[in-house]
Write a protein that binds this ligand. Structure first.
Ligand code: C5P
Length: 295
């Protein structure tokens, strides 16, 4: 049954953090295998308005916050690939108001792509994809896109696309997420990690190397939920101020703090709301974009 496409709809695209992100291998095609635990957050978020376009105009995409041409936007790629898979390429006008910073490791682009894919599949006349087919299509658009299709806590392996829902809950914790003014390119972070591996002559076991190299981070992290991120070792050495922010979050009594994705955002978990509120106020006073969640 086809659901009637609305003239216009405004949707929220939330973000994710990785409670745990371990690079476990490198594939022949250069992509990295991961063991990661995705956790969705409602804020920051992007606002996406999808309206019917005039006949024959294709996709008209308006995303003023990004300097890339519309055709390079992951939303455009999603619309094209969905059209190729189903034969449905509706005329649409999509506007995106970015709230999720670019290069923060929060999956902003992937979240936008998933919102658009879900929209397309919901209104696709006669030929909607199965959940599995949509998931597979999403993985060809970006490694994090499958997670955002369902947007529930999930453990992921593969390149981040083989998902198992997780019953992890952070209920009772307060979470402070900071988005420093540093934009990190994901391909750069993976390349930096590869280089660090190669430069470590005694590195027979990548996991062992990372455990040693990030022992300071582990010490702070292991007290809660096994927070860990393989990228911290390379990202903090290139951007030392990020480690300083993490240390600051911990000083306010966090049970753990860790970077999300390939950075540069960092989050910390607190048992007491007041500790979290004090940390958030201090980081905000330094001019860092800060989000406080009581979970
Ligand atoms: O899939 P996505 O567009 O998010 O990935 C951006 C880049 O990050 C890829 O082109 C690849 O270089 C790298 N990547 C990787 N292993 C992953 C995910 C991404 O090497 N699991």
């Amino acid at each position: 049954m086809t659901i009637t496409q609305p003239d216009s709809v405004t949707l929220r695209a939330g973000c994710k953090i990785n409670l745990h992100l371990e690079i476990t291998g490198v594939r022949e095609d250069g992509y990295h295998e991961l063991d990661t635990l995705f956790f969705p957050l409602q804020e920051p978020f992007d606002t996406i308005t999808i309206a019917k376009g005039s006949a024959g105009t294709g996709l008209i995409l308006n995303c003023p916050a990004l300097s890339i041409p519309p055709e390079k936007n992951i939303i455009y790629k999603s619309w094209e690939k969905f059209g190729a898979a189903t034969g449905w390429k509706p005329d649409l006008k999509i506007s995106v108001e970015k709230g999720i910073p670019d290069g923060a490791g929060l999956g902003g682009g992937s979240s936008d792509a998933a919102v658009v894919l879900n929209y397309l599949n919901k209104y696709c006349p006669n030929n909607a994809l199965s959940a599995d087919a949509l998931n597979k299509l999403a993985a060809t658009i970006g490694a994090d896109v499958p997670f955002f299709l369902n947007n529930v806590p999930a453990h992921a392996t593969g390149i981040g696309d083989v998902l198992t829902p997780s019953d992890i809950t952070l209920e009772g914790y307060s979470l402070v997420l900071i988005c420093p003014d540093v934009s990190i390119s994901t391909p750069w972070a993976f390349a930096a990690w590869d280089k660090a591996m190669l430069q470590e002559p005694s590195c027979n076991n990548k996991k062992e190397f990372l455990t040693t190299a990030t022992s300071k981070d582990r010490k702070h992290s292991s007290r809660a939920l096994w927070l860990f991120n393989s990228f911290e070792v390379v990202v903090y050495s290139a951007f030392p101020k990020l480690r300083a922010y993490k240390d600051k979050l911990i000083e306010f009594g966090a049970v753990g703090a860790v970077m999300s994705g390939s950075g540069s955002s960092i989050f910390a978990l607190y048992r007491e709301m007041e500790q979290a509120a004090r940390a958030a106020t201090a980081l905000k006073a330094e001019g860092v974009a800060t989000y406080l969640h009581h979970l």
